[in-house]
Design a protein around this ligand. Structure first.
Ligand code: ATP
Length: 138
């Protein structure tokens, strides 16, 4: 069993129900889940690795535009499997790859892409701690 951090971004909050259903249909369990509106500084810290990128201001503005839901997912091969269920970063590319992909279903473009998934075990641990503290949930 592996853990990863999923985020339902502000553009997909209204689809929370469908997304939670998809999570369980794919054999994950939810250890912890939290709805929160992050400050600009918190988002800048969370996405710190991207602070030099040209899209960073757009990303920060988008992520503070409304509440998000952080979800600690548990499952086999959770990190890679969750990323393959959401699809590529650019929602338009996701739409080309398959209408079942979550970013195809709920995203719009390269910034407004509905969902996040940790990209490695190190990122997952850092991101889970960011939202929930270091102590693991059930
Ligand atoms: P996430 O980390 O949210 O799962 P990702 O790993 O697919 O996405 P990253 O490269 O880590 O993509 O970028 C983080 C976020 O920054 C993306 O999810 C997207 O919202 C935004 N982003 C990334 N690349 C671009 C881009 N070229 N143009 C606009 N926004 C972008």
């Amino acid at each position: 069993q592996e853990r990863t951090l999923a985020i339902i971004k502000p553009d997909a909050i209204r689809n929370l129900g469908d997304i939670v259903s998809t999570i369980y249909e794919n054999g994950f369990t939810i250890a912890r889940m939290r709805m929160i509106k992050l400050s600009q500084n918190e988002i800048m810290y969370f996405y710190g690795e991207h602070k030099a990128k040209d899209f960073f201001p757009r990303l920060v503005e988008f992520m503070i535009s409304g509440p998000i839901v952080a979800i600690e997912l548990v499952g086999s091969d959770a990190i890679n499997r969750w990323r393959s269920i959401i699809g590529p970063t650019d929602s338009q590319k996701a739409k080309e790859q398959g209408s079942h992909l979550l970013r195809a279903r709920f995203g719009t473009d390269g910034t407004r892409n509905a969902l996040h998934g940790s990209d490695s075990a190190t990122s997952a641990q850092r991101e889970i701690s960011f939202f929930f503290g270091s102590k693991y949930g059930t």
